[in-house]
Design a protein around this ligand. Structure first.
Ligand code: ADP
Ligand code: MG
Length: 471
């Protein structure tokens, strides 16, 4: 809007421009005063005219001042108008920029691969992006303006409270029903949403649809199980073939050699050895398949280690291998299937004895505790640890990854099942085995078991590891 003062009417202007004009004209053009006019009247008239002229002059001066002021005000208005136009232009470009940013933000939200659901503090949905539409099979027109629990079906009781409590929740995992009725497995995080004044205006749930990934994983797991089963079957077949071939060979020549006592001696020794080998293989296979007992008992890992050392005392003394045990002064209470775990210790210690061989060496057992996290999103938990260290030749780097594979062995008469079985037993106790080895220096196997919370002397009401079973 432009502002300006109006102009004076033409006649005022004309008079103003020449204020004396009137008087002058009167002086110049006044009709001659008739002689009969009285001199005092003439004098009076002249005085009046002079006064008029004086006023006119003052009026002119005032008008001139006014004109100057008007010009000044017009100039000021002009400047103000220019500033206003500039401000207007700035405002327009700011509005355009905000709109561009908003459009960019909308684009970002729309092209996000993750679903975004935003609700206000009452739980009413106000943003539902394209990825959400795609994942849950719902159009935003049927979601916006509705309460979030209306669209979540059975997941509402879990998700709605999280979206309304104003806190942040990571690792939210759940199944939300797709519009078609099938379950969509989603994983994401709920975060509170604030305005510029840091007032909470709602919450967002940013999630990924992991349904197909889950199906793929399930298929891969099934595939892995089939592969493992195939490898196991091939391993068993291979392991059985050797003793069976030997037995068959002896049986083939038995009829012709049945009168040779030396042959019969050799026959019986070797056939028995091969049959023992088959029996060992069968036992190991059965161990592999057998789940741990559901009736776990409390025991101290230190007591168990000493019991196994006692059991193997002869083997240590025959080979001249020294051993020492350092127990954890605080104790190592664990809840376990005692006989199966004993078997793990025996496997690990016999491996150490076999690794040291006739040249002997030293085996150290050290018990301690440590805080471990099994998965990135799990809390750290206390574990009882038993480290079994030998001064043997160590394990070549290339073999380390295959140690726990069934039938992996570097020994002529090994079954390659000891570590595979041990690993399975430990995993079923929700623990794990770790190996560190340096060639030429020795090997250390560490056994981690979840620790119980109370003194194993008083088992009532204690909590321990839940049993984890393979289906
Ligand atoms: P096996 O004892 O029948 O060979 P295991 O599963 O017990 O089967 O062990 C697999 C392989 O791991 C062994 O053949 C050996 O090569 C290696 N190994 C296990 N423990 C040790 C150890 N303490 N030192 C060196 N190598 C080891
Ligand atoms: Mg072994």
């Amino acid at each position: 809007m432009r502002w300006a003062l109006g102009r004076m009417p033409q006649e005022v202007k004309a008079v103003a421009a020449n204020p004396q004009g009137l008087g002058m004209r009167k002086n110049r053009d006044l009709p001659a005063i008739p002689d009969a006019t009285r001199p005092e009247d003439v004098a009076e008239l002249r005085k009046a005219i002079a006064a008029f002229n004086q006023h006119t002059e003052r009026l002119q001066n005032a008008y001139d001042v006014l004109q100057l002021r008007i010009a000044e005000i017009n100039r000021e208005l002009e400047l103000k108008n220019q500033a206003l136009e500039e401000a207007n232009r700035n405002l327009q470009s700011k509005i355009a920029e905000v709109e561009r940013l908003r459009a960019d933000l909308d684009n970002v939200i729309e092209s996000m691969g993750s679903g975004l659901l935003a609700v206000d503090t009452e739980g009413i949905c106000f943003t539902f992006n394209a990825a959400s539409e795609q994942a849950l099979g719902r159009d935003r027109t049927e979601v916006l303006g509705r309460h979030c629990s209306d669209i979540m079906g059975k997941a509402a009781s879990v998700l709605a409270p999280l979206m309304l409590d104003g806190d942040r929740h990571d690792h939210v995992e759940m199944c939300i029903p797709h519009k078609s009725g099938r379950d969509v497995f989603v994983k994401g995080a709920v975060s509170p949403l604030f305005d510029r004044m840091h007032c909470r205006i709602g919450s967002t749930f940013i999630f990924s649809d992991l349904t197909s990934q889950r199906l793929l994983e399930e298929r891969a797991r099934r595939g892995d199980r089939m592969t493992a089963l195939g490898e196991l079957a091939a391993g068993v077949a291979h392991e059985m073939r050797n003793p069976l071939t030997t037995i068959r060979g002896y049986l083939q020549i038995l009829p012709s050699m049945k009168d040779s006592p030396e042959f019969l001696q050799e026959f019986s020794e070797n056939v028995i050895r091969e049959i023992d080998r088959l029996a060992n293989l069968t036992d190991d296979m059965l161990d592999m398949a057998k789940p741990i007992s559901s009736d776990l008992e409390w025991c101290d890992l230190g007591d168990l280690s000493e019991e196994v050392l006692q059991f193997l005392a002869d083997r240590f003394s025959q080979t001249g291998i020294e051993y020492e045990i350092r127990r954890d002064p605080q104790g190592s209470p664990v809840r376990i299937d005692r006989s199966r775990l004993k078997q793990v210790f025996i496997n690990l210690l016999i491996n150490a004895i076999e690794a040291l061989g006739p040249s002997g060496g030293k085996v150290q057992i050290a018990l301690s505790r440590s805080e471990e996290r099994l998965a990135r999103d799990e809390e750290v938990r206390p574990f009882a640890v038993c480290r079994i260290r030998d001064t043997g030749p160590g394990i070549p780097q290339k073999d380390i990854d295959r140690l726990f594979d069934p039938f992996f062995t570097t020994k002529p008469h090994g079954t390659g099942l000891g570590l595979a079985v041990s690993n399975k037993i430990v995993e079923e106790h929700r623990g794990f085995l770790r190996v560190e080895s340096e060639e030429g220096t020795g090997t250390e196997f560490s056994l981690f078991l979840p620790m119980g919370e109370r003194d194993p002397e008083h088992p009532e009401g204690q909590s321990g590891p839940e049993i984890h079973r393979r289906e």
